[in-house]
Design a protein around this ligand. Sequence first.
Ligand code: SAJ
Length: 417
Amino acid sequence: ADVVVVGLGYIGLPTAAVLATTGLSVVGVDVNQETVDAVNNGIVPFVEPDLGVHVAGAVSQGALSAATKTPRAGAYIVAVPTPFMPDKSADLSYVRAAAEGIAPQLEGGELVILESTSPPGTTQRLGDYLLELRPDLSLDGVDGKPVVHLAHCPERVLPGRIMIEIVTNDRVVGGLTPHASEAARQLYQTFCQGEIHITDAATAEMSKLVENAYRDVNIAFANELSIISENLSIDVWELIRLANHHPRVNILSPGPGVGGHCIAVDPWFIVAADPENSTLIRTAREVNDSKPGHIVNRILAGIEGLAEPVVACLGLAFKANIDDIRESPAVEIVQRVAADAPHARLLVATPLRDRRNLPSVVSGIANVEWCEMQDGVDAADVVALLVDHDRFREIPAESLEGKVIVDTRGFWGKKHV
Ligand code: SAJ
């Protein structure tokens, strides 16, 4: 193959598909046999607009295939998960496993790119690990051995817009050597229409973490304002809208908390790299992590004194119009209300998922059940809007009258703050 992409998830599969469309021969590698089978049948195992047509097209033209074993290639792109561990440091076991697949295939001259979001220093560690497995190779050629070129190139695509942003976004490429940077730039140039900025590997790693930490800090500011505003009886969304008319102010939106596998995770990698000096970044994480608890308390206050309360919970995803529930504050809120109020019935509406197909994280709870959104609203004493899915616009305002509304996203405007 020209390129092997290790990890066929939200980033690896779109990258493999886009590379295959440029005429390169691409093999996607994944440990999950079901994922491999799906891709070989031209099927995408998760929801992402337009990805399906790209994968189906590339597979039918023979440019893209999938396998569980890593084959030989000129370039390897590692796009495996880097979750955090209970102590908030990064779990690099998937990166090591990817290296173990790649190492036996190397001859020298190959390019190995780490795309997974990683703590500073990970690209160097990946290189060192490859050399541990293959002492006959080198990362810079100074010792005269054949060279493997290592670089980091973080992805920055927004879930829901991946197929657009993967082509149009600027990229940051950081090699362990200038040669590695240049080789990586040439590979990304085949499909990337944005600018490609060259730096060193550690700066590239940090740039990705900093982008997400910046957004996290801004959202934490908005979430803190939402609680202060509540105490001062001010509509925080109107407040922010007005403040944002200032030419140099751009405050993001408060919500039930910050979810997803990026913004709620990446800032911790910076904290882990220098705990003493990352007070603001850590505090922002804590502010955002405490927001679900605040919403839980508002819901519990809303049902106080009721013998058989019903709470409609609208949405479970980590943000609007997608069905991804990873690190979702909505899931945490449903779980905590169900546990704290065992006498309450929680009706959960998930308009983007299959009917009655509640994810297992909440479906196993005795007082939680799935509902059609309007049935849930009609039966509820408290309506908690947890995700601003467009579908919830279909709920008529009259049906909310007389109910306690906990609108975590400013979805229904001033009347229901
Ligand atoms: N959120 C708010 N208020 C806001 C914006 C977002 O509460 O004003 C919440 C969302 O509801 C969600 C969470 O933050 O729970 C994260 O959503 P998001 O849309 O901000 O970001 P992600 O996680 O979908 O994607 C981010 C993006 N990073 C930036 O915008 C800096 C994306 O470009 C990255 O590629 C992605 O993380 C990633 O993979 O790291």
